[in-house]
Design a protein around this ligand. Sequence first.
Ligand code: NAD
Ligand code: UDP
Ligand code: UDP
Length: 324
Amino acid sequence: MKEMYRKRILVTGGAGFLGSHLCERLVALGHDVLCADNFYTGTKDNIAHLLDCQNFEVMRHDITFPLYVEVDQIYNLACPASPVHYQLDPVQTTKTSVHGAINMLGLAKRVKARIFQASSSEVYGDARVHPQREDYWGHVNPIGPRSCYDEGKRCAETLFVDYRRQHGLSIKIARIFNTYGPRMHPDDGRVVSNFFMQALRGEPITVYGNGSQTRSFCYVDDMIDAFVRLMESADEVTGPINLGNPFEVSMLDIARQISELVGSNSEIAFRPLPTDDPWHRQPDVALARDLLDWKPRIGLAEGLLRTADYFRRARRQISDLQSA
Ligand code: NAD
Ligand code: UDP
Ligand code: UDP
């Protein structure tokens, strides 16, 4: 890569599921990548394969504290994404979204870096509009168990647009819908990891509620393509912009698909539906198609097939550790 194209890029949350794939992509593109992570839900394993690359660096850092580095771009991904994890320490979750955003925006302002925010479909809450378009304001409970995450992400969006209006920052806000793939934490608590691990162990597959609630799942490689396209888009493309795969599926359907894929004879066990669990979720991705010339390419069957190998390995590693 010519020096003029090589950028110094900070990825917060770079040791997590999406962050590690993003670091890998940016390193492969030849950029100088600095991963900052407090390893709350991320792991060193996720980035171990990058440590020998001379254009990759990692630092243990919690973004609720200020950070002084010199970079050209910032991808702000730090924040636990699984409801189980973000509800363990809800105050820290809000701090990460809000104080973390302030610190990263302050950094971007000082060094004149372009900054990307990993926002979420959760800003729409239990949506009353379907599919969700970017101009829908959402239906979010401000005081429920999911609020630390949902309201944290909403406040971060507010901070991003105000730093642009007030200080002229170059911002990119991605509203990410459910994404899955290799390197999801096996104990993540999210539906894809739970169902794979349960199916592989022959344990009951825990479907919450009656399983008719829906989500739309995007394979990780497609999502990382969209991140880089959004970051490299024209300055006036600020978002918020939906990123996800519009193919919608019920939890009961995905339980059956995963079970079949791994050849499991697990039974389905119905469990209570968590409070404020959104009923339906499907992105309208017309804006991403028009502005980024992007659409997801990997269908659910193909994506689950690629993910199955990863969970098989993860399960073997866990069993080896347990028997050692
Ligand atoms: P993840 O939990 O695997 O990764 C989050 C990373 O952030 C972890 O490495 C964690 O250790 C780190 N982190 C958490 N708090 C931190 C802090 N205070 N300081 C520094 N690092 C911190 O989750 P993910 O699925 O990779 O999600 C990445 C981002 O994308 C998150 O912001 C999440 O909200 C957003 N997102 C993800 C999805 C999805 O389906 N995966 C959907 C919507 C939004
Ligand atoms: N900040 C940071 N790194 C920098 C510059 C700022 O972490 O390189 C943090 C710092 O904690 C500051 C916050 O970003 O409080 C917001 O910065 P800003 O300049 O917007 O406001 P300030 O509070 O400094 O007036
Ligand atoms: N879910 C489930 N069984 C599980 C984990 C999750 O049925 O073991 C359901 C959950 O109730 C929700 C959907 O799967 O309706 C997606 O949950 P996840 O935690 O993956 O992400 P969310 O989209 O809710 O943030």
